[in-house]
Design a protein around this ligand. Structure first.
Ligand code: HEM
Length: 221
């Protein structure tokens, strides 16, 4: 019987062109995740604006290196990190309300779970940030998704219409404070952990600043 090898060869023949054209295969297929997708709108702020913001935040190449170092450390800890972050949100009524039904206030577990998958990818993307145009465009999209413009649309949920802006920069502190012990778990020196932590604080603050754009009156961002 020669059909099996023939079938295998035929299947491989069909798959190879697909594999060759597949994007980097780096990111798993996560519903709603859109970094690098061609359909994303161009951010209303430019790479030059980004460079000026990075300058103001003292986010230099040394920080980029520290973020890269954190990627390998965090790669197999993302679920544990998310458990801590989601635990914080779940135990803070002011925050879990943003995953709630607009009338009953009941948190929507499917909504929480869908966002969690993209949040996990965001951990790796933050460590791996290229600070290029696709990255900038996805920052714009994430901002819209927290704001009136687009909240709830990605997951098709019925929930409160926006995350109130004041909580976005505020969450930088619990996110980065609780990350620190995870950065220390893989044998990095205390000085390296400090460096990575500082880089994460700058990057998360930078991102929440970019996400603030849809909340700021026209021409004032
Ligand atoms: C440091 C601040 C924050 C970070 C790093 C962060 C991170 C993220 C990420 C990565 C996503 C998924 C984006 C995507 O669709 O790819 C997301 C969505 C979301 N976040 Fe945040 N977030 C922050 C602040 C907050 C706060 C304060 C709340 C309030 C509970 C919140 C509630 C939400 C909600 C409800 C969504 C889903 C929005 C939608 O409907 O698409 N976030 N966030």
């Amino acid at each position: 019987m020669k059909t099996r090898p023939l079938l295998a060869a035929a299947t491989l023949g069909l798959l190879l062109p697909l594999l060759a054209t597949a994007p980097a295969l780096a990111a798993p297929a996560i519903p709603g995740y859109a970094l690098g997708q061609p359909g994303l709108a161009t951010a209303p702020y430019t790479l030059k604006d980004l460079a000026s913001l990075r300058k103001t935040l003292l986010l230099g190449e040394d920080d980029v290196q520290a973020l890269r170092q954190s990627k390998a450390i965090l790669a197999d800890q993302t679920e544990a990190v998310l458990d801590v972050w989601y635990g914080f949100v779940a135990s803070t009524p002011e925050l879990v309300a943003f995953f709630g039904h607009p009338v009953s206030g009941q948190p929507d577990p499917a909504y929480l779970a869908a966002v969690r998958r993209r949040f996990g990818q965001w951990i790796l993307d933050t460590a791996d940030a290229r600070f290029d145009q696709p990255w900038l465009d996805y920052q714009h999209e994430i901002g819209l998704r927290h704001a009136l413009a687009k909240k709830n649309r990605t997951d098709g949920v019925t929930s409160v219409p926006q995350v109130n802006f004041r909580y976005l920069p505020a969450l930088t502190i619990p996110v980065t404070t609780t990350l620190k012990p995870f950065l220390a778990k893989k044998g990095a020196s205390p000085a390296e952990v400090e460096r990575m932590h500082a880089a994460w604080v700058k990057s998360v603050l930078l991102q929440t600043i970019l996400w603030s754009q849809p909340y700021v009156r026209d021409g004032q961002f």
